[in-house]
Design a protein around this ligand. Sequence first.
Ligand SMILES: [Zn+2]
Length: 185
Amino acid sequence: MTYPAKFIFLAAMNPCPCGYLGSDRHYCTCSEKQIKNYKTRISGPILDRMDILLTLNPVSLNKPKLSETSDTLRNRIEKAREYQYERYGKERCNGSASMEELTNSITTSQLEILQSISIKLGLSNRVQMKIIRLARTISDLAGEKNITDEALAEAMSLRKIKANTTFRKSSMIGESLQIQQKGLQ
Ligand SMILES: [Zn+2]
């Protein structure tokens, strides 16, 4: 291995010590204090460095197959990588693009909304950048030239930010984000 090395770090944890919090089949036997203690074992600075935070629900084997196949997904990813190549003029992904390169495709009002939410929730600059990177990638995968409001809302939901509570008194963009966010939950 040579350093610096590029790698993808994936980690998983149970929702609570017994593992059944949120399950509709099993009863969670943990107390609130136990759950809180369990969750604080992962420190804020560690979570801050994660790009995506997801809650996964159990999937039944009888569930219908996903509508998108691996082949169509691969095509979308290849196209997204082409857009990134065209945008940055070299082999570079959104994950390593500079702040300036990324903010070229986000509007001032989108930035303002992100900043006001970040102040309310105390999000670090690092997390704000991650949200913009994610929104840029989601927009690339959808074939959008600029970062869309929907992509921004989806990126926030991937950081477990509930936009429907924070956008309530926002502008029209905020309202559209709120609607999208509801659809994602
Ligand atoms: Zn439990």
